[in-house]
Design a protein around this ligand. Structure first.
Ligand code: AOF
Ligand code: ZN
Length: 336
């Protein structure tokens, strides 16, 4: 059973999600306001980047004294800084709310709304459904803390985790429905990243507004399909520092971040996937698994790596979504 606080926090999450795809690099935030009798009198959310914050959106729908003595629910600590809008804490104090219930503390170093609210005598409860609140804003948290884009790696494998036969044949492992699902997924990301190996082997179009190719030795031909449309950022050894003889991928990601790329969708073979996994640069894995078993020891794996002695050294992930797509299954994991 959910407590009253949890129930309204869930409502905040739902409202927050209405801003999905429109608020980046800002967080997804929803807000519910109760009057002093406990009745819901207003709801709000952050509609799009630069617009009013959720708290302001909800409170400005009310008359000046309507929220007095009431409770405000919000999934992220209210801001206390002057940004594109004045601090939400000031409006909450001005409207004389009695209690504020928060999902998670803001990771933005400019924000310390908790102290400001408490100093004003407002009762503050934090950490309601905190894990869910953090999951909802996982992209914002990663961007803000690490100044790096949030990276999702997609793989399409057989049951035995293979992406191609020993001769390199990979067309097709997954069903057409799955491949269509991938086209849709790409739209949710600012950039797709791949390797020169993939571009040379498949010459894909990869229709997208932003693309990044890791091409250490500038091997991809100038007339490759990938250049036909969108902006293409090519990382080579001429514009990127090397790490143990390989392109420093973290550097590439930080360059993308500086260009306003907040989310990256990686579609590549086992070499790049393995390297990124080893360097802890992957935040999530989307894995399509086709009902096929290759049974080919030399078939290529989705994550290349060195031999490991212990299971305890394995990377751990948390499965958060699973669904059937065509004849395949799509699993979404958060890397822990
Ligand atoms: C939002 N929406 O509902 C809340 C935010 O760029 P600004 O001036 O709008 O400030 C953005 C910061 O405000 C953001 O990084 C986060 O720390 C805080 N809270 N932001 O966009 C909201 N509550
Ligand atoms: Zn605010």
């Amino acid at each position: 059973m959910l407590t009253q606080d949890e129930k309204y926090m869930k409502e905040c999450f739902k409202l927050a999600l209405k801003g999905r795809g429109k608020v980046a690099p800002n967080p997804l935030v929803g807000c519910v306001v109760l009057d002093k009798f406990g009745k819901v009198i207003s709801k709000g959310y952050h509609h799009k980047y630069g617009d009013n914050h959720a708290e302001r959106d909800a409170l400005l729908k009310l008359k000046n004294n309507e929220a007095e003595g009431g409770t405000l629910y919000v999934n992220l600590e209210p801001c206390s800084h002057f940004g594109k809008t004045p601090p939400c804490t000031d409006l909450i104090i001005e409207r004389k709310l009695k209690r504020v219930v928060i999902g998670m503390k803001d990771v933005n170093p400019k924000v310390d709304g908790l102290t400001k609210l408490k100093r004003a005598g407002i009762e503050v409860t934090t950490g309601i459904l905190e894990k869910e609140a953090e999951f909802l804003n996982r992209v914002f948290i990663k961007n803000m803390k690490d100044k790096l884009p949030y990276v999702v790696l997609k793989t399409a494998t057989t049951i035995d985790g293979k992406i191609s036969t020993s001769t390199g044949d990979s067309k097709w492992i997954t069903s057409e429905e799955s491949r269509k699902e991938v086209y849709k997924m790409r739209k949710d990301f600012d950039c797709i990243m791949t390797s020169s190996n993939t571009v040379i082997a498949d010459n894909p179009k990869m229709e997208h507004r932003g693309k990044c190719i890791l091409d250490t030795n500038s091997r991809i031909p100038k007339d490759a399909q990938i250049f036909k449309q969108g902006e293409v950022y090519i990382a080579t050894k001429d514009n990127t520092p090397l790490k143990k003889g390989k392109l420093d991928i973290k550097y590439v990601l930080s360059e993308l971040y500086k260009k306003g790329i907040y989310t990256v969708f990686v579609e590549c073979g086992g070499t790049l996937a393995g390297a990124m996994l080893r360097e802890n640069l992957i935040d999530e894995v989307y894995q399509f698994i086709a009902p096929k078993i290759l049974n080919d020891n030399k078939g290529k794996s989705c994550f290349d790596g060195d031999s490991l002695k212990k299971i305890s050294s394995a990377k751990n992930l948390k499965l958060y979504s699973s669904k059937i797509v065509g004849t395949d299954i799509l699993l979404k994991y958060k890397v822990l």
